[in-house]
Write a protein that binds this ligand. Structure first.
Ligand SMILES: [Zn+2]
Length: 345
């Protein structure tokens, strides 16, 4: 099958489209795309291919903006490039870029493992099939964190290639054994896949990180590791998710709220920066709040009491921890997790 035949019910396919047709804004670009779309752009050299995926989450615009800016510049990528812009329909719901996924649909970045039987699963499978067909040497998947915070990469393998790709965007890499059905879990030696979290959707820096990193990724001769290269990357292993049991409610306020498991401060995103020490309180617990929290590691072991304790109705860490992806969105907090953390002991 040729690449041109990869058009499917679930994934639009466009080869070398004219960027003048995209309009002048990311809004007009969404309108042009209409649904999940793959754009294949011929490079200066067709001896290998690279891929960029983004917008698996419809409320994370930085990758789409970076792709739009790159394509509009009419710069020719170094090698043939496949761009995949996934949750166009979720992102197009008003207000634009406010919905992580379409109402009642699954989180697309949890659908890259069987069964693929619903619509989101079919979109994921169409993306997977296209990647298998195009055979890029590497894939980056650009996201925004749900709260404000610094950029980092996420991979399932710690090796020089995953580190080299991360280094195009950021100096921090999380390596995880947790399997959720995310695109990066498709990583294999012939298709190195790294998730790039380029910071919060509202952070000005996120846009620059996505734009500049994408430019480096698309214009550099070698993005995989070279024999003599050294990368100054901090690596964090297996962050643990702090969650409420049974999707218990989470509130954000500087006063303790009723009918919630925990009340986090309005400015909880501050925990995404630096280390959280064991004398800084994380939130107000309800009377049985501690029992309604869970922090299981990737092996399924409960680690809550090892890392956290209650002091006078407030949640504290027992040891300094590094927090990632703290959200201030109560819906994401209860349905996904409050934050990820790594213990330092
Ligand atoms: Zn995301």
């Amino acid at each position: 099958m040729t690449i041109e035949n990869m058009q499917s019910e679930y994934l639009n396919f466009k080869k070398n489209p004219n960027p003048d047709d995209f309009g002048d804004s990311i809004e007009s670009f969404l309108n042009y795309l209409k649904k999940a779309t793959a754009i294949f752009v011929s490079g200066q050299d067709s001896s290998k291919r690279r891929a960029v995926c983004t917008l698996l989450h419809g409320n994370e615009p930085s990758g789409t903006q970076a792709i739009f800016d790159f394509l509009k510049s009419k710069e020719i990528p170094r090698f043939d490039t496949l761009f995949i812009i996934a949750s166009v329909q979720a992102a197009s719901a008003e207000p634009l870029f406010s919905q992580r996924m379409q109402q009642g649909k699954r989180d697309l970045n949890r659908c890259f493992s069987a069964p693929y039987d619903d619509q989101q699963g079919q979109i994921a499978k169409a993306i997977f099939d296209l990647l298998k067909h195009v055979k890029p040497e590497c894939v980056i998947d650009i996201h925004n964190t749900s709260g404000s915070g610094p950029a980092f990469g996420v991979a399932i393998v710690e090796d020089a290639n995953h580190i080299a790709i991360t280094s195009l965007f950021t100096n921090d890499l999380i390596v995880t054994d947790l399997r959720l059905g995310a695109l990066m879990e498709l990583s294999e030696p012939k298709m190195i896949t790294v998730t790039i979290e380029c910071g919060g959707a509202q952070d000005r820096s996120s846009q620059l990180i996505a734009q500049e990193g994408l430019y480096r990724y698309l214009s550099t001769e070698n993005v995989l590791a070279q024999a003599d290269d050294e990368y100054l990357i901090n690596i964090y292993h297996n962050p643990i998710r702090l969650e409420t049991r049974d999707q218990g409610e989470v509130a954000y306020s500087n006063e303790p709220q009723e009918n919630v498991v925990i009340t986090l401060p309005e400015e909880a995103e501050k925990f995404n920066y630096g280390m959280l020490t064991n004398d800084e309180f994380i939130g107000y617990l309800s009377p049985d709040g501690m029992a309604q929290l869970t922090a299981k590691d990737y092996l399924g072991n409960e680690r809550l009491d090892e890392f956290f304790e209650e002091r006078e109705g407030k949640l504290f860490s027992r040891h300094p921890i590094k927090v990632f992806m703290m959200t201030t969105n109560p819906l994401i907090a209860k349905t996904d997790c409050l934050f990820y953390f790594i213990g330092h002991r």
